[in-house]
Design a binder for this molecule. Structure first.
Ligand code: GDP
Ligand code: IMO
Ligand code: MG
Length: 424
C-alpha cells in the first residue's frame, strides 16, 4: 500500500499515536500533515512512554523516514525537547525532515491564545494553550512566518518588526500584557534557524519522489474529525482540519495518490476541553472510564470528559472522510461494566434527526437514544486473537460495525505494542 492515511474520528485522543507506531514497521515514511503541538500522541514501548506532540509517531524506528509536512505548525522548542527525549532513550532513530513551508508558532501566538481564552469567559473553548488559533489565523491572514523565511535575516527582522508593532498593540492595549522585545524574539529565531537547518527541505518533492519510487507512506492525522472547524462542533473545534482530505493540502500528496483511509474510534467517547458532548457521563461510570482508561490529556494533563459511544456523531464524520476501515481502541477499558450503552440516534425537540445540530448551543436540546448491550467481566488485555475475546466484547464490536456501516479491522486491548487483535 503506497499511501495510507490514519485519522481520528472522535474529539481527538482516539489512540492514533499507538496505532501509527504499530503500523509503522510496514511503511517507509511516517508523515504529520496537520495540527501542531496541540496533538499529544502516546506510544508505549516496553515500560517506556513517549508523548509526541510534533514528531511523527514513527520516530522510534531507525530505518524509517519521518516528515513534518507543510500543514503542521511548528513550535521549535517542543520539537527540540522531543528530539532530545528520543535521542536520550535510544542511539538510533528515524531520519527527520521538516517542510520549508511550515508556519512557526511565535511567543505572541501563545500569549494571544491564553489571553483570548480569558476574555471568552464562560464561552471559553478550553484550548491547549499552544497558540494554535492565533497561528492559523495569521496563516490565512497572510501574516505568518514560515521556516523558509528564517534564512534571510534582513528580511526576517524587518518583517518581525512590522508584525510586532501590531501584536504588541493588541497584547498591551487590549489584553494588558507586556510587549515583546524585537531583539529577543529575533535573536531566538536566528538560533532556532540553525537548529532547524539540517532538517529543512521541500517535503512535497521529497514525498512525491518517495511515492514514485514505490515507497509506502503512512500519514498520521492529529486531532479528530469532530474537532474539524468546517464540519465539527464549531466553535468548539481546532483551527486546522483533522479530516482525511487535509492530506493533499497538508503534505502535497494528491487525492488519487491515497490508497487507504483508516479511521480510529475509541470504544467509548471522550472529549477534553469544552463543547457539546451528548453522551457524556458525569457520574460514576464516567469516572470509571476515566480511571481505567487513564483519560487525562497528553498535552495539558486535564481530565478528559468520558461518555458512551456516540454512533450519530461518528457517522456524521464517517461520510466526509470515507474510511475504508475502522480501528477500535481501548476495548479493554470497558471490562467490568455490567451493561454498555451505545447512542444510536438523537431526538431533538421531540423529533428524530439525522446528523448533528449545526449550532453548538442546540446540543443542549439533544436527547441521545440508547441501546443497551450486555457487558463482560473478563480482563481482555491479554487477548491477541478474536477467539480470545468474550462473547460480550465480540457482540459489541459487531454492533458497532453494523451501526456505523464500516468494517473494524484492528482492535486494541491495551497501550503496548503487542496488545492488538487483527480481525479477519
Ligand atoms: P492520540 O492523541 O489519538 O494518539 O491518543 P492519546 O495518546 O492522546 O491518548 C490515548 C491514550 O490511551 C494513551 O495514554 C495511550 O497509551 C492509551 N491507549 C491507547 N490504546 C489503548 C488501549 O487499547 N487500551 C488502553 N487501556 N489504553 C490505550
Ligand atoms: P490529538 O492529536 C484532543 C482540542 C482542545 C480544545 C480544542 C481547541 O492528541 O488527538 P486548540 O489548542 O487546538 O486550539 O484547542 O481542540 N484539541 C484536542 N483534543 N486531542 C487533541 O489532539 C487535540 N488538539 C486540540 O482540547 O477543546
Ligand atoms: Mg492525544
Amino acid at each position: 500500500m503506497p499511501a495510507t492515511v490514519l485519522i481520528g474520528l472522535g474529539w481527538g485522543d482516539e489512540g492514533k499515536g499507538r496505532i501509527i507506531d504499530f503500523l509503522a514497521p510496514q511503511h517507509d515514511y511516517v508523515v504529520r500533515f496537520n495540527g501542531g503541538p496541540n496533538a499529544g500522541h502516546t506510544v508505549k514501548v516496553n515500560s517506556r512512554i513517549f508523548r509526541f506532540h510534533l514528531l511523527p509517531s514513527g520516530m522510534l524506528y531507525p530505518d524509517k523516514t519521518c516528515v513534518i509536512a507543510n500543514g503542521v505548525v511548528l513550535d521549535i522548542d517542543t520539537m527540540r525537547r522531543e528530539l532530545d527525549e528520543v535521542k536520550s532513550s535510544q542511539e538510533k532513530h528515524a531520519q527527520l525532515f521538516v517542510s520549508d513551508r511550515c508556519h512557526l508558532i511565535l511567543p505572541y501566538h501563545k500569549m494571544l491564545d491564553l489571553a483570548e481564552e480569558k476574555v471568552r469567559g464562560k464561552r471559553k473553548l478550553g484550548t491547549t494553550g499552544q497558540g494554535i488559533g492565533p497561528v492559523f489565523a495569521d496563516k490565512v491572514a497572510r501574516k505568518g512566518i514560515r521556516v523558509c523565511e528564517l534564512y534571510d535575516p534582513v528580511y526576517l527582522k524587518d518583517k518581525l518588526e512590522n508584525i510586532l508593532q501590531e501584536k504588541n498593540k493588541i497584547l498591551t492595549l487590549i489584553f494588558g500584557e507586556n510587549p515583546l522585545k524585537l531583539e529577543e524574539v529575533y535573536e531566538k529565531l536566528l538560533r532556532d534557524a540553525e537548529f532547524l537547518r539540517p532538517f529543512v527541505t521541500d517535503t512535497l518533492i521529497l514525498l512525491q519522489k518517495a511515492y514514485r519510487e514505490g515507497k509506502s507512506i503512512l500519514l498520521e492525522g492529529a486531532q479528530g474529525a469532530l474537532l474539524d472547524h468546517e464540519l465539527g462542533t464549531y466553535p468548539f473545534v481546532t483551527s486546522t482540519s483533522p479530516m482525511a482530505g487535509m492530506v493533499s493540502l497538508g503534505c502535497g500528496l494528491g487525492p488519487h495518490q491515497i490508497d487507504r483511509i483508516m479511521g480510529v474510534v475509541k470504544a467509548y467517547a471522550t472529549r477534553v476541553g469544552t463543547g457539546p458532548f451528548p453522551t457524556e457521563l458525569k457520574e460514576e461510570i464516567g469516572q470509571y472510564l476515566r480511571d481505567r482508561g487513564g483519560e487525562y490529556g497528553t498535552t495539558t494533563g486535564r481530565p478528559r470528559r468520558c461518555g458512551w459511544f456516540d454512533v450519530p456523531a461518528i457517522k456524521y464524520v464517517i461520510y466526509p472522510n470515507s474510511p475504508d476501515e475502522l480501528v477500535l481502541t481501548k476495548l479493554d477499558v470497558l471490562s467490568g461494566l455490567e451493561e454498555l450503552k451505545v447512542c444510536v440516534g438523537y431526538r431533538f425537540e421531540s423529533r428524530l434527526i439525522e446528523g448533528l445540530p449545526a449550532f453548538a448551543e442546540a446540543f443542549d436540546r439533544v436527547e441521545p437514544i440508547y441501546e443497551t448491550l450486555p457487558g463482560w467481566r473478563e480482563d481482555i488485555s491479554q487477548a491477541r486473537k478474536p477467539q480470545d475475546l468474550p462473547k460480550g466484547a465480540l457482540e459489541y464490536i459487531k454492533f458497532l460495525e453494523q451501526a456505523l456501516g464500516k468494517r473494524i479491522s484492528l482492535v486494541s486491548v491495551g497501550p503496548a505494542r503487542e496488545q492488538m487483535i487483527a480481525l479477519e
